[in-house]
Ligand binder design. Structure first.
Ligand code: NAP
Length: 346
């Protein structure tokens, strides 16, 4: 069987190197080209010894491939992706550059003028569980941000079914790899170890993405989201806790209401291979290295609020794993191909 040739732009970042790790065991594709600015010319296995399974040199320019993953920083990614689309290649972009439908959001939240607003109409937001049919025929998939993946999957069933009021709180804790591989004071070991801090209180860049997707689920309601991300001293993982008040009269009271909410989540995700509704609050360790999103809905009976907790690995379901899930659909492969890794525990 001829394998589809895929390339990774920026294999030297965390999302890029995670793509290489997952793809080296994919039975239907072959990674034939990887790029990386600082180590171009070196063997991939020399720079990343855990990738000895891939006998490749890191290039400065992408070679001939059929599908490309771009794992570049935002703004830089669009520069790489636009010519590839013009050549007719299929692209999964892991950066934020094609996620937002309103070009003004790029000026407002990312500080640059979008170079190809016409592509924002064409790009498909790759939260697979919500946009699978569009992903199937897409040439450009904008892979979701890690925080929006955890938050939107946690909230989708209740938002879609009009069960909660639009005032929503999203409180998320991320591991340090969410900040990428470049060194900074914030992610320096002695700053981040044994420390937890909230950041981006003035509005994180992922907020417009969450609002865009929640609004799409229930167009007649504009969600008002308070999103507070936290940096925690673990390598991978995002634990997201969302809070919202129920629309009155939609649920039975007491235990019965809780069963109804759980049933709603179970029905919503019943055919989803990578989303599981759990019986107890999930741990980040339960998704580490796997493409799963674990979701635990509950009710605070005293305040009559929904509490829903989700858990993902930011580098897998929050980046490389979901990108491969989308690639599988774009290429007509079974969606779970190459994504059967079980979480690394403890
Ligand atoms: N980390 C996550 O959990 C996560 C999750 C979802 C999406 N993403 C997205 O994935 C993309 C990559 O993120 P990451 O976390 O993997 O990044 P990263 O680890 O911080 O990668 C940064 C690397 O990108 C290269 N780079 C930086 N500026 C560049 C430029 N102007 N031109 C070319 N290369 C440049 C540098 O590699 P060299 O040293 O080789 O130049 C740098 O080491 C971002 O758009 C990010 O938003 C990340």
């Amino acid at each position: 069987m001829t394998k589809t040739r895929v390339g990774i732009i920026n294999v030297t970042g965390y999302a890029g190197v995670e793509l290489a790790r997952l793809l080296c065991r994919h039975p239907m594709v072959e990674v034939t080209s990887v790029t990386g600015r600082s180590v171009a010319g070196q063997k991939l296995s020399k720079v990343f010894p855990h990738l000895a399974c891939l006998d490749l040199a890191i290039e400065s320019e992408l070679g001939e491939v059929d599908l490309v993953f771009s794992a570049m920083p935002h703004q830089e990614s669009a520069k790489e992706v636009i010519p590839l689309l013009e050549q007719g290649l299929k692209v999964v972009d892991i950066s934020a550059d094609f996620r937002l439908k309103d070009a003004n959001d790029y000026t407002r939240c990312y500080g640059f003028t979008h170079p190809a607003p016409q592509l924002l109409v064409r790009s498909v937001y790759g939260l697979t569980e919500l946009h699978r049919d569009k992903v199937r025929s897409a040439n450009l998939v904008a892979n979701p941000g890690c925080y929006p993946t955890g938050a939107v999957l946690a909230l989708a069933p209740v938002v879609k079914n009009g069960l909660i009021e639009p005032d929503i709180i999203v409180d998320a804790k991320s591991g340090i790899s969410g900040a990428g591989r470049s060194v900074s004071l914030q992610t320096h070991y002695s700053e981040a170890n044994e420390d937890v801090t909230a950041y981006a209180l003035g509005g994180h860049r992922h907020l417009p993405e969450m609002v865009q997707e929640l609004k799409m689920l229930r167009p007649r309601q504009t969600p008002s989201v308070t999103f507070v991300p936290h940096l925690t001293p673990m390598t991978r993982g995002i634990l997201t806790t969302c809070y919202a008040s129920f629309v009155s009269g939609k649920l039975s009271s007491g235990r019965k209401g809780e069963d109804e909410v759980r049933q709603l989540y179970q029905d919503f995700y019943k055919d989803e291979p990578f989303v599981r509704v759990t019986d107890s609050p999930p741990h980040t360790k339960h998704t580490c290295g796997s493409n799963l999103c674990l979701i635990y809905p509950a009710i605070d009976h005293r305040t009559k609020r929904l509490i829903v907790i989700s858990c993902i690995d930011n580098l897998v379901k929050g980046a490389a794993g979901q990108a491969i899930q989308n690639m599988n659909i774009m290429l007509g492969f079974p969606e779970t191909t190459g994504l059967d890794a079980v979480a690394l525990y403890p």
